[in-house]
Design a protein around this ligand. Sequence first.
Ligand code: GLV
Ligand code: MN
Ligand code: MN
Length: 409
Amino acid sequence: MNAELQINRGRLLDRLDRLAEIGAIEDGGCCRLALSDEDRAGRDLLVSWMRELGMVVRIDAIGNVVGIRAGLENVMPVMTGSHIDTVRTGGRYDGNLGVLAGLEIVAVLNEAGLVTRRPLAVAFFSNEEGARFAPDMMGSLVYAGGLALEDALATVGIDGSSVGDNLQRIGYAGDAPCGWLRPHAFLELHVEQGPVLEREGFDIGAVEGVQGISWSEFTITGMSNHAGTTPMSMRHDAGYVAAATGTFLRELVKETGPSQLATLGHLQLAPNLVNVIPNRALFTVDLRNIDEAALQQAEQRLFAFVETLAAVEGVTVNHRLLARFEPVAFDRELVGRVEAAARAQGYRVRRLPSGAGHDAQMMARLAPTAMIFVPSVGGISHNVREYTAPEHLEAGANLLLNLLLELAA
Ligand code: GLV
Ligand code: MN
Ligand code: MN
């Protein structure tokens, strides 16, 4: 361990601030939807920082960016990183922290004149959030070979344009083949985005894995009619099916148990007028569970509920699976190293699963992988109020520094 090496907290915070200025929204939040103009500006800033730090930058065909700091030997690199795209109402830490901590570590090593045996790679992956183009973790999924490049490029987003066209538009359709650099190990620093660490007084989370994710989109087609003249028994109300499904999710969770999570996050009614029965409802359901069998059961029950209710109401259902990932267990040895190193550095550490999806869950297909979490104040994320205290940002980055040095030795 290089206990004498420490990251520069002020410089890390400054980079977080400067990145957060791009796509800034109210109350310190960020809107940098994947492959938007704001995402391009954020990417440009990061690439310029990587080059200033002397890194070789390569961009692959799905727009993932990898900066490499050479090692003493030309062997598989140790990789860290995350994402810089955000949801529409995002904070400034989700994803950004993991990438900027990687750059901060490179800056510290440059100042110390220290060259590791293995190269160090810092990556940011395209479209982690999935808020504009489903599925989430798209860039790392393609990188790891879990989704064909052509299928990813053909994906159409919420505004009707495709991943491929937007990559061309922002100039990030790179020439490196996806997955071109296979890491020796992958370690991602991220804010917890949940309440556990803060509530229980821990500084660091050693993440054991990520729960399973199932995203569905339902389009219900019924018939519009007059809200005042149509008897309740004669309606084919698409809005009713959407609303009832939203309510059913709470029942589903009650019956499946507290590890089951369910969210109706997107809902559009047409024609969306006060006195017209909706003829169309489009909504999404996000189901998550750490247990794959339970998640499958929840999916079956949801699909059966919507089908049955639609038949009774006399409307049709079109269902599309937007994302489906089984739970992922991180590398046991690496998780143990995160926990041990945190303890050795004097941090209060506990193991925990991740509720959110992460690029690390895709990189786990390629290399031994683990994650470091730092506390999120109030457990708030995907919200402009997302906040992590500077001392915890620093703790996480210092722990990452030590572990990367260990892994690269
Ligand atoms: C993606 O980051 C998700 O967990 O929704
Ligand atoms: Mn994230
Ligand atoms: Mn996120």
